[in-house]
Design a binder for this molecule. Structure first.
Ligand code: FMN
Length: 234
């Protein structure tokens, strides 16, 4: 073999070796098999409460619908009972929801509380949409009737499944670059059912307000992990 050919084989081998080293290092730092980090964890860590929102999504509404419909199907529920129900409201329909909340609260809060309440509702209304989360109580009652041993647990398990769906939706929408915040104006349950012609068994649990980000989340503090986590046998 000529010296020139031997030289090029040598450099090709070195290049291949370096590529492998960089690939493995990349795997390590970007969440490969040797690291706990994954894109999923990165998105969970990045999710925050954003109150400053506008009505700009930056992509089509169907993307939000697709995300939510995937999650409604894939998030687990006790005995696969599928007790979660969801309504997505955009634009004027979203505005209608927050006007309903506003009308209802005006009759409840004191005059001194009204200005701050009304300002808060205005920030929600300025966003692009709301995802309303419900539990179908018919499903919960049917489970309790069919499996009496766990009758007292089913309401809690339905709430837990709802929480999983809310967190997944919050995280997924923010992974698309939106901001979102979670609200609990559930006293408008009856009016919501009437306005959007929903089954009487759907019970409103929370609202995820989403939109374009126009501000940063507030500071967040963390209790020491040692208070919250114990590991044995690691
Ligand atoms: C179960 C639950 C209920 C919450 N309820 C409300 C609420 O009613 N209004 C609100 O503004 N934020 C609500 N939040 C948001 C929390 O205040 C927020 O998630 C927490 O302070 C941590 O901040 P982060 O979301 O930026 O990580 C709720 C969050 C959770 C998980």
């Amino acid at each position: 073999m000529s010296t020139a050919k031997q030289g090029s084989i040598f450099w090709l081998s070195i290049t291949g070796l370096l590529c492998s080293v960089f690939f493995l290092a990349g795997q390590y730092y970007a969440g490969g098999p040797t690291s706990a980090s994954t894109p999923f964890l990165d998105f969970v860590k990045a999710r925050r409460t954003y109150y400053a929102l506008n009505d700009t999504l930056g992509f089509g509404k169907e993307t939000v619908v697709e995300i939510v419909q995937d999650l409604v199907q894939d998030v687990p529920s006790a005995f696969n009972s599928q007790s979660n129900r969801v309504v997505i409201l955009f634009d004027q329909e979203h505005g209608k929801f927050w006007d309903t909340v506003s009308r209802t609260l005006k009759n409840i809060v004191t005059e001194d509380q009204w200005q701050s309440t009304s300002d808060r509702i205005a920030t929600f209304k300025a966003a692009a949409g709301s995802v309303l989360f419900f539990v179908d109580e018919a499903v919960v009652q049917e489970l309790a009737a069919n499996i009496p041993t766990y009758a007292n647990e089913f309401p809690t398990w339905a709430t837990e499944s709802g929480g999983m769906l809310q967190h997944s939706t919050w995280t997924a929408l923010e992974a698309k670059g939106l901001g979102a915040n979670l609200q609990h104006y559930n006293l408008v349950n009856e009016e919501v059912a009437k306005t959007w012609n929903l089954p009487a068994t759907w019970r409103l649990k929370s609202q995820l307000v989403f939109g374009g980000r126009t501000g940063e989340p507030g500071e967040k503090t963390f209790k020491p992990l040692s208070e919250k986590l114990k590991v044995f046998g690691a």
